[in-house]
Design a protein around this ligand. Structure first.
Ligand code: AMP
Length: 363
């Protein structure tokens, strides 16, 4: 291939958006693209990921298979991704051949919790106190410095849904936790939060910015169970969330949808936990409750279109359907709610199989 394909204006209907990753987020992105007359090509290392069912084209390949990536880049007008653990080398390789959005820097920042928290703190945004931990001794010292209210030791990379993290209540505990994780880690002071919220925002190539209404998020067994909008936060917190999401998006020269997960404290402050450089589970309610969903905003941004109207017309509660809850699909289908089943095979414990969104008049 010669040169790098650039995006010089909005991609016309019929253009192809490549999506790295074939899970439910890729599936819902492909469905949103189809609504706008855009095609999708899914690249996944799995044999039959659920996004393959709804895409125009599909490639099964390892994320470091340079020949497969080259063919994929040649077949797409722009490439995006639906998970943040895309290897650096993959993103860089693709970026050399085809336009890619969000920018690969958003991946490298969000893949490493120490880099991520340092980046956010530098923007003047509150994060939990944290220290880099590379040894059991570091873990002890960090606990002595920031563990007054307890702490959590997390691996710097590749943790999700509570995996790779251990709550600790003493310096000895922290040292033991480091031996268990056996990987470069971060110790975070425990935040005594009232509840969790997220800012799901979109930034377009022309710098246009839009924030969806803020959902309140409840987790069960470290997995998101429910998102509720409105979140019941103050106007000042909403403005704060917007300022936070916007300054992160601008600092990254971001294009696409990003989510910022935050703790809301008892005294109405927001503390950022982490950034997800992609569409997010806490934004699924936007499909039913907004004119333009998070998935469509992402596709619009990536394709160089202007953002759509993401304003919310109804109150909404989104619940995930996890593992064997999927067996109840017929009863769920009888509810007056928006049911989404992801077309996945086995309903293993903890696996996100679908979600359901109930609407009520806007309060
Ligand atoms: P994470 O993997 O960073 O998204 O963390 C998963 C969950 O653990 C969060 O949604 C919180 O419920 C909890 N958690 C993470 N970090 C902290 C912290 N510093 N203080 C209190 N709770 C936390």
């Amino acid at each position: 291939m010669t040169g790098r394909k650039e995006i010089t204006g909005p991609l016309p209907p019929g253009a192809t958006i490549g999506i790295l990753g074939g899970g439910q987020l890729g599936r819902m992105l492909a469905m949103a693209a189809a609504r706008l007359g855009l095609k999708t090509h899914i690249y996944s290392d799995e044999a039959a990921p659920c996004a393959f069912q709804v895409a125009d084209a599909r490639t099964q390949g390892a994320y470091d298979d340079v020949r497969a990536l080259e063919k994929f880049a040649a077949a797409c007008d722009v490439v995006t991704f639906e998970f943040e653990n895309v290897p650096d080398a993959t993103a860089e390789y693709l970026a050399a051949h085809v336009a890619i959005a969000p920018p690969p820097r958003a991946l490298s920042v969000s893949q490493d919790r120490v880099i991520e928290k340092s980046f956010i703190a530098k923007l003047g945004i509150a994060v939990a106190p944290f220290e880099n931990v590379e040894s059991a001794d570091d873990a002890r010292k960090a606990f002595a410095n920031i563990g007054a209210k307890g702490a959590i030791l997390k691996t710097r990379r590749l943790g999700y849904d509570g995996k790779g993290q251990i709550k600790v209540t003493s310096a000895d505990d922290a040292a033991r936790a480091f031996e268990t994780l056996a990987a470069p880690s971060i110790l975070e002071g425990f935040v005594d939060f009232a509840f969790e919220v997220s800012a799901v925002a979109a930034r377009a190539r022309d710098g246009g910015f839009a924030l969806f209404d803020i959902p309140r998020n409840a987790h069960e067994n470290h997995i998101l169970k429910r998102s509720t909008v409105p979140a019941g936060i103050t106007q000042a917190m909403t403005e704060d969330a917007k300022r936070i999401a916007r300054s992160i998006a601008e600092a990254l020269e971001y294009v696409g949808v990003l989510a910022v997960e935050m703790f809301a404290t008892h005294d109405h402050k927001l503390i950022v936990n982490e950034i997800a450089p992609r569409v997010h589970n806490s934004g699924h309610w936007t499909i039913e409750a907004c004119i333009v969903s998070q998935f469509e905003q992402h596709i619009r941004a990536v394709a160089g279109w202007t953002l759509g109207d993401g304003s919310r017309h109804s109150d909404a509660v989104m619940e995930n359907i996890i593992g064997p809850e999927h067996d109840e699909w017929a009863a769920l289908a009888a509810k007056p709610a928006g049911l989404h089943l992801y077309g996945k095979g086995e309903a293993r414990a903890g696996r996100k199989m679908g979600h359901i969104t109930s609407l009520s008049p806007k309060s």
